[in-house]
Design a protein around this ligand. Structure first.
Ligand SMILES: [Zn+2]
Ligand SMILES: [Zn+2]
Length: 179
C-alpha cells in the first residue's frame, strides 16, 4: 500500500512543485490542507496504522508531511542552482517577456502587446502617446512630428508652422492663432 502511494500518488501531488509551491504564509492555506488531505486519507487506509493520528501514522511509516517535503524540494533545488548542477539558461530564454519587455518612450514602463502603439519610430503605451505641448491624447497617424517628438496638429501649427518659425516669436504669434 505504501509503495503504491509513493510510486503512483505522491508524484502527482509534487509534480514540478518548485513552480507552484503553495506557501501558507502567502495565504494559500486551503491548497496546503487540500494537498495534505490526500496523504492523510491514503495513510488511513494502511492496515496497521490506519486508526492512529496523522502525525503518528507519518512517524511509523517514516513519511513527512507534504509541506515539509516541499521545503526539502526547495532546498534541493536551491543547492542544485548554487552548485551549478542545473542549467536554467534554456528555461529563461523561452520567457523573454519576464526579463525585458520593451519600454514605453514616455513613462519608461513595460509595454505589452495589447497596449502598444508605434509612432514616430518609437514604442508607447496607447495612454502615453500625447502631444508634447498640450498633452492631448493622440492615436497613431494623428500626430505631427517635430524633431522626433509628437504634436497635435494645432500645436504644431502654433509652434512650428510657418508663422511660428523663428523661436523669438512666441507670445505674439499665439495671439494671432484662433483657438
Ligand atoms: Zn507609457
Ligand atoms: Zn497639442
Amino acid at each position: 500500500m505504501l509503495a503504491i502511494y509513493k510510486a503512483l500518488i505522491r508524484p502527482h501531488l509534487e509534480y514540478c512543485v518548485q513552480l507552484w509551491n503553495p506557501v501558507a504564509a502567502h495565504g494559500n492555506w486551503a491548497t496546503v490542507l487540500e494537498l495534505e488531505s490526500v496523504q492523510r486519507r491514503f495513510t488511513r487506509l494502511i492496515d496497521e496504522v490506519g486508526t492512529l493520528p496523522y502525525s503518528r501514522r507519518l512517524e511509523i511509516l517514516n513519511l513527512t508531511t507534504l509541506a515539509e517535503r516541499r521545503i526539502r524540494g526547495d532546498l534541493i533545488e536551491a543547492f542544485k542552482a548554487t552548485s551549478g548542477l542545473t542549467d536554467y539558461g534554456s528555461v529563461f530564454v523561452k520567457m523573454p517577456r519576464f526579463q525585458s519587455a520593451p519600454k514605453c518612450h514616455a513613462c519608461k514602463k513595460s509595454v505589452y502587446a495589447n497596449e502598444e502603439l508605434h509612432a514616430v519610430s518609437r514604442l508607447y503605451h496607447k495612454m502615453c502617446f500625447k502631444c508634447m505641448k498640450c498633452e492631448k491624447r493622440l492615436t497613431s497617424g494623428q500626430e505631427t512630428e517635430h524633431e522626433n517628438e509628437p504634436y497635435c496638429k494645432n500645436c504644431y501649427g502654433k509652434y512650428f508652422g510657418p508663422r511660428g518659425v523663428g523661436g523669438a516669436c512666441t507670445a505674439g504669434c499665439l495671439q494671432l492663432q484662433p483657438e
